[in-house]
Ligand binder design. Structure first.
Ligand code: FNR
Length: 343
């Protein structure tokens, strides 16, 4: 438990260090939206609202922007999660909680969520578990992660590079597809598979199509990079530090991962994250086919400053997205996703 707390604290500190960012590598600089000089629109009517629809339930969302999974189950993370959840509640956006690994072994860790829920009863939370934990956990304990957060869905993070670079990493990924398929069959809420900043290949996206997942969040390269984070977590003279640096630019960029999803012709929803830093990035990804767009590090930075900074960040992101819709002549997100990008 102590080790876990320490690791989570280190992750937050190091992720904020600019050296952990693969700035300029998200591929979005080469994606161009088509400017429409005469949009037949009133800016006031441009609509970026959307919803999260599963089975017969529909949860309204003020925008496709979501808070990407970061923290859970450690003392210093509580304030961060409470602030993020308050934003999710008041502004109707989705929020992924961080890995709930600790809850699998320590049920008292779930108390964090009762505090969160007191402040944010309507937060649109999505749970989180790692693939390596999923493979070896009984399904009842996984179900408890969804129940404790009153989650709308469950993210399963797949992070082979990160696990391989952690001294205490869980590196048995055998039977991953079967575990995901089994989870989808039993859990009763949408399952969303995500990377953590290294993206997906065409082949892996195709293989996931047979599992029945609700969505894949490609979470590609271009922002927080776990090769870098894990490298800086170890001392400079350690082997893992050097190996981490070797893999400092490993992965599929967020843009390339979106193109891969198009090529794979998958039937699930495609979500995007990884190096999204403004609402124009989000607009480009939506034009490339993403239906939800997540940011991690920017929300973390703002959460550490407080509620006001979070409000301002979301306001900025949503205004930028809206302007991109207006200037491409798109009245809503569906229109932005049709033929508004040069390729
Ligand atoms: C993360 N990320 C992450 N993902 C996940 O599925 N479970 C987790 O527990 C965490 N933990 C975590 C901690 C911190 C401090 C950060 C910054 C990120 C990965 C995150 O959800 C996202 O996929 C990547 O960070 C890429 O997005 P950004 O940071 O480039 O916007």
């Amino acid at each position: 438990t102590r080790l876990f707390e320490q690791r989570k604290r280190d992750h937050i500190r190091i992720a904020l260090d600019p050296r952990s960012q693969t700035l300029g590598q998200n591929g979005l600089d080469s994606v161009e939206l088509i400017h429409e000089a005469l949009p037949n629109l009133n800016f006031k009517e441009v609509d970026i609202s959307t919803s999260f629809v599963f089975n017969k339930t529909s949860v309204s969302l003020s925008s496709p922007i979501f808070i990407s999974s970061m923290t859970a189950g450690h003392e210093n993370g509580h304030q961060i999660n409470e602030a993020l959840a308050r934003l999710s509640d008041s502004r109707q956006i989705l929020m992924g909680v961080g890995s709930q690994r600790r809850e699998l072994v320590d049920t008292s860790a779930a108390e964090e969520w009762s505090r969160v829920r007191k402040q944010a009863p309507k937060a649109r939370l999505i749970g989180n578990i790692g693939i390596a934990q999923l493979i070896k956990s009984p399904i009842d304990s996984v179900r408890r992660l969804v129940d404790s957060t009153e989650a709308l869905g469950l993210f399963v993070h797949v992070n082979p590079l990160q696990e391989a670079l952690q001294p205490e990493g869980t590196t048995d990924f055998k039977n991953s597809l079967e575990a995901i398929e089994n989870l989808v069959r039993i859990i009763g809420v949408p399952v969303i598979v995500k990377e953590v900043g290294c993206g997906f290949s065409v082949e892996t996206l195709k293989r996931l199509d047979s599992t029945g997942v609700f969505a894949v969040d490609v979470s590609g390269k271009g922002g927080t990079h776990w090769g870098r984070v894990e490298a800086y977590r170890s001392e400079e003279d350690q082997v893992l530090h050097k190996v981490g640096q070797t893999f400092a630019n490993w992965g599929v960029s967020t843009t390339q991962a979106m193109l891969n999803a198009k090529e794979a012709r998958v039937s699930y929803e495609v979500w995007a994250s990884g190096g999204v830093r403004n609402g124009l990035d989000a607009a480009k990804l939506i034009a490339l086919g993403a239906v939800k767009v997540g940011l991690a590090k920017p929300f973390l930075e703002a959460a550490l400053k407080g509620d006001r900074a979070l409000e301002e960040l979301l306001q900025k992101l949503e205004l930028e997205l809206k302007i991109a819709l207006f200037c491409t002549g798109s009245k809503n997100l569906a229109e932005l996703s049709r033929g508004k990008v040069l390729s």
